[in-house]
Design a protein around this ligand. Sequence first.
Ligand code: NDP
Length: 443
Amino acid sequence: MADLKALFETVKKRNPNDPEFLQAVEEVFESLQVIQDHKPELLDQGVLERMCEPDRQIMFRVPWVDDNGNVQVNRGYRVQFNNAIGPYKGGLRFHPSVNISIIKFLGFEQVFKNSLTTLPMGGGKGGSDFDPKGKSDGEVMRFCQSFMTELYKYIGPNTDVPAGDIGVGAREIGYMFGQYKKITNEWSGVLTGKGLSYGGSLVRTEATGYGLCYFTQALLENKGTSFEGKTVCISGSGNVAIYAAQKATQLGGKVVTLSDSNGTIYDPNGIDLDTVKDIKEVRRGRIKEYLEKHPQATYMEGERPWSIPCDIALPCATQNELNLDNAKELVKNGVFCVCEGANMPTTPDAIHYLMANGVYYAPGKASNAGGVACSGLEMSQNAEHLSWTAEKVDAMLKEIMVGIFQNCRDTAAEFGHPDEYVIGANIAGFLKVAEAMKAQGCV
Ligand code: NDP
């Protein structure tokens, strides 16, 4: 029978330099303690030991030539974590902070997240320490082509299907897809998040942000309330943040903040998303440019949004962006619901503080699963050579997100921890993968 404490020590010894990965594993182990206490047989056959070790980790050199003719070298990664329930699936992140610890934590979380979607997708993640910010389109293209020239050996529509993440949007997916197609002479759904003219799915761009709000709405309804009239603080101003803000507004909330790595804008009148989309999606500018059109707003250089009073907080930027001090400030200002759009944005002590103070808290692996769910729908459309309507994809996305909420709620209650959605998400995600792994033997 698994001894979770001893097992965590083993994982620590094996991954001494990977703090983010250990943080993600520890959170899951904390939840699975409930299983060990009540149904230890569910942890037999070394299933958890196997889940903590990726199937394989690939690291490679990515050389490319910049606009001045100089050779630049970045490092590429793909961690194929677990394919018990389907082909590896998970995004690629291009950001200077990327290292093996971050890719492993994201890949580990992805296994549970993909399981929760109910779609047949295993977990993986990849990326590079390349920074697309400030690069020309030509530089980004040459980098993406070089990255794919190595990555293509390890992926395929039934093997591993990457998508976007921080720093990887439609432009980068397009360049990588073109290179994959050229090398293999094969058009296949090997990447998701593709453009609509070449196999992409309607609603994929919006899916993570919309899905986050569908999940949050289900939670709020379950508690007899809604977005209507609520003040919402969102961090980030990328893909997830923009479409979370759009859907939260459509559902009656007032979104008053967005941010980027330089600072936060606060607009008490509600954020004007057309301005934000122009800055971020068209001009690739900085969030402080919002003030040029909206002088009534405030820009807080170097700050996060969490000091602004709100009812609902949706962290949608990056890992560990909401710490204990931020949580205390949010609680002091009356927040009652925190649902994660980013992956692991809330530090463990902040999670404990929020929950101890009666805040409804939903972990990203449940509440941000809409992106990968829609990617799963893109894979289905590619496989049957069809394009579904936006209405159909949006309805399926909503159904999946409401289903994930109900699964987290019911599993948490079944194991004696009602309203602890983090426990529900970890246990429900784990059980499906564990069952598949056991059925397939010790491989
Ligand atoms: P984008 O690259 O589109 O946007 C990221 C946003 O977060 C930008 O505003 C960026 O600011 C900000 N940000 C990034 N790093 C930092 C940092 N270290 N400190 C402060 N701000 C930062 O990425 P996405 O919107 O796609 O991803 C956001 C989060 O959502 C990530 O955690 C990602 O893993 C997660 N996620 C994304 C999914 C998707 O479908 N895209 C699916 C599920 C989860 P700046 O421009 O200044 O860097």
